[in-house]
Ligand binder design. Structure first.
Ligand code: ADP
Ligand code: MG
Length: 669
């Protein structure tokens, strides 16, 4: 790392100004980022009292020369940036040169550092921004920053801190997620004597996810692998930020290469994992933990029609692109970014995730999946820090009261398993929720059989091991299911290659129709039927505005409509699958969707919602008797869909009770 310089005014003035030290976690974030920028491979974080009493970060990075160590506490002193041009391609996490002086002004700070280029180290003590001591010291390489009594001289700020546990949860979440962004480094977090996280260098992100969250969580995740998409320049779809615009004016015409490659890696959850808030979503852009509405929207669009709108996935996404493509100089805490080609980035992320989801096609099961076998068996359970589901970033996004958070820490042990039980409920209501923060679940085998009972069971004959098919997660096994009958004239019971299936006939048909309509819609040939008499609908003035906005979209979805006098429309034809009796309901439903969707969501979402509501109305209802041929048809058609695991509104379609689980339940395994 180069020597520290004070930024010239014209550069300093272009840096998004503002407070960086909001709470203990923001101190940890700035110090961790400094250590990472310094090339550290071993990072240790110690805190006491949720970081209020003490935060200490020890790294094995490049350290600082004596003069630099002194300069580091001046405002706008940085080794990472020189001129305005550098602001356009920031490759380091820091660049503002403000963190150390800001932290030192609201705490008692001790810096101990030694660069490999000097034989002795430097110790500097500062309290409330005043230098108390600066001396030579015999130190090892690297840097230790100790921050005590945060906000001791700013009582107003101290009052705003939440409980120690909440602050600790913020810190734990932060360190955990930085550890996920850097699988090749050692991270340790201790709160007093309690070690909350300790991960050693891992070869892959997958192994790091396993170290941090345990095998249970890994089972529930889809690995993106590494997906790339090239952007051919120009054009810019989003106006550049002020910084970029000004620089471009100074620099004149672009001499950029003609293509830019975007790359997405990481993990995200299967649709059956549904979280109540965004706290399990972590997005890194070029190694920087950020919160970004555009990317969050891309993520939720990927799950559109797979999970209910009120549910959120778990996601750990790493987007990489040329530093020029993303402006990080938007917000003082560097957690917001602006993409130069926002809609390209949005669609790339949405399409990549959607494609991967479709490729996996998993089914909900009745019990936890078998542990993974291709990973070492050590560290099978989540690290304590991974159970702290709270993040500074998601909280800012949520903007909602973190009600349950304060009670999270004291009881990290066993929570109620939120897995679906072997009970059938009416189809309304959300899909089963799996909780990533819960410890690995144990299959409940009932009371352990006594020796006598075991022998008795044995007398019934062992199930030949080779006859047990390996558990199959994919719904492709649906293709050779034999329907056995219906329960409640609503759920199809079927036997398959691997166990028993229960399929909700309405949502299954809904998924089949949804994909059919969507495909017809994309090919521009939706089957339509003319109405004998046009249907006349009276609209409110809001509905009329919405109608005008989506008239083309309605037409392309198979509805032939036209304005018919004041606030009235005539419907002359409708998609063939829609019954005349449902037509009015569907159209009003679509107008309602348009009203909410058009505010923020994309046309693509609106289109999918229109298709979903057509499919829902046209699908066979529950409480409908089906003969064997119909059930068979339904199962075949479902197996042929791209995504047979949940209905377009995100409800589960099929429940699977594998042979293995059946055997376990009967104590034959
Ligand atoms: P910035 O990170 O934006 O440059 P900071 O105030 O966080 O500003 O740090 C100022 C400078 O101090 C950095 O540019 C870097 O040169 C040096 N520095 C800070 N922390 C470390 C560290 N842990 N190891 C080595 N150098 C550091
Ligand atoms: Mg910094």
């Amino acid at each position: 790392m180069g020597r520290i310089r004070i930024l010239p005014d014209q550069v300093a003035n272009k840096i998004a100004a503002g407070e960086v030290v909001e709470r203990p976690a923001s101190v940890v974030k700035e110090l961790l980022e400094n250590s990472l920028d310094a090339g550290a491979t071993d990072l240790r974080v110690e805190v006491e009292s949720g970081g209020r009493r003490l935060i200490r970060i020890t790294d094995d990075g490049c350290g600082m020369l004596r003069d630099d160590a002194l300069l580091a506490f001046e405002r706008h002193a940085t080794s990472k940036l020189r001129d305005v041009k550098d602001l356009l391609s920031i490759a380091t996490l820091g660049f503002r040169g403000e963190a150390l002086p800001s932290i030192a002004s609201v705490s008692r700070l001790l810096l101990e550092t030694r660069s490999a280029d000097e034989t002795t180290g430097t110790r500097i003590e500062i309290a409330g921004g005043k230098m108390l001591r600066c001396e030579e010291a015999a130190l090892g390489g690297g840097t230790v920053v100790t921050v005590r009594d945060l906000f001791y001289n700013v009582p107003a700020r101290r009052k705003f801190l939440r409980t120690e546990q909440t602050e600790l949860a913020h810190i734990a979440s932060l360190v955990t997620h930085y550890s996920l962004a850097h699988p090749d480094k050692t991270f340790r977090l201790a709160s007093g004597p309690t070690e909350l996280l300790h991960v050693t260098p891992a070869a892959t992100l997958k192994e790091r996810v396993y170290q941090v969250f345990g095998s249970q969580v890994l089972e529930e995740l889809v690995d993106i692998g590494a997906r790339e998409r090239d952007l051919f320049l120009p054009p810019a779809s989003v106006p550049p930020s002020e910084t970029i615009a000004e620089y471009q004016r100074e620099r004149g015409p672009e001499d950029d290469p003609p293509t830019r490659t975007f790359r997405l890696t990481g993990f995200f959850s299967r649709p059956q994992v549904q979280k109540a808030n965004r706290n399990s979503i972590f997005i890194f852009v070029n190694g920087r933990l950020i919160r970004d509405r555009l990317l969050l929207h891309a993520l939720s669009s990927a799950y559109h029609n797979l999970i209910p709108p009120s549910a959120y996935p778990f996601a750990l996404l790493f987007l990489e692109c040329a530093p020029e493509e993303v402006d990080v100089n938007v917000h003082p805490s560097k957690t917001e970014v602006r993409f130069r080609h926002g809609s390209f980035v949005h669609d790339f992320v949405r399409d990549t995730l959607r494609d991967r989801l479709m490729e996996t096609r998993p089914a909900p099961t009745f019990s936890p999946a078998a542990p993974t076998t291709d990973l070492p068996s050590r560290a099978p359970s989540p690290q304590p820090a991974a159970r702290l589901p709270y993040s500074e970033f998601s909280q800012m996004l949520e903007n909602e009261a973190p009600a349950a958070v304060d009670s999270v820490l004291p009881e990290p042990a066993h929570r109620e398993s939120p897995l679906p039980g072997f009970t059938l409920r009416p189809t309304a209501g959300p899909a089963p929720r799996l909780d990533f923060t819960a410890p690995p679940l144990e299959v409940t085998p009932g009371p352990p059989p006594s020796g006598k009972l075991s022998r008795h069971l044995d007398a019934h004959g062992e199930f030949p091991a080779e006859a047990i098919p390996p558990p199959e997660m994919s719904l492709s096994v649906l293709s050779d299911l034999r329907p056995l009958g219906q329960i409640h004239e609503s759920f199809i019971i079927a036997a398959g290659r691997d166990g028993l299936w229960i399929i909700d006939q309405h949502v299954a048909h809904e998924r089949i129709l949804f994909e059919q309509v969507l495909k017809q819609r994309a090919a521009g040939r939706v089957e339509m039927q003319r109405l004998l008499m046009p249907l006349i609908l009276q609209l409110t003035s809001e509905q009329q505005i919405d109608y005008a906005r989506i008239a083309d979209e309605l037409h392309d979805s198979g509805f032939e409509t036209e304005p018919f006098g004041n606030r009235t429309i005539a419907v002359k034809a409708a998609p063939a699958s829609v019954g005349a009796a449902d037509l009015e309901k569907i159209l009003f439903e679509i107008l309602e969707i348009a009203e909410t969707e058009l505010r923020g969501a994309s046309l693509d979402d609106l289109r999918r919602n229109i298709c979903a509501s057509i499919a829902c109305r046209a699908a066979i209802k529950i409480n409908t008797r089906l003969d064997a041929a119909k059930m068979e048809w339904l199962l075949r058609a479902l197996a042929a869909t791209d995504c047979p695991m949940s209905c377009p509104h995100g409800r589960p379609i099929a429940m699977h009770y594998s042979t293995r689980e059946i055997l376990k339940a009967f104590h034959r395994l």
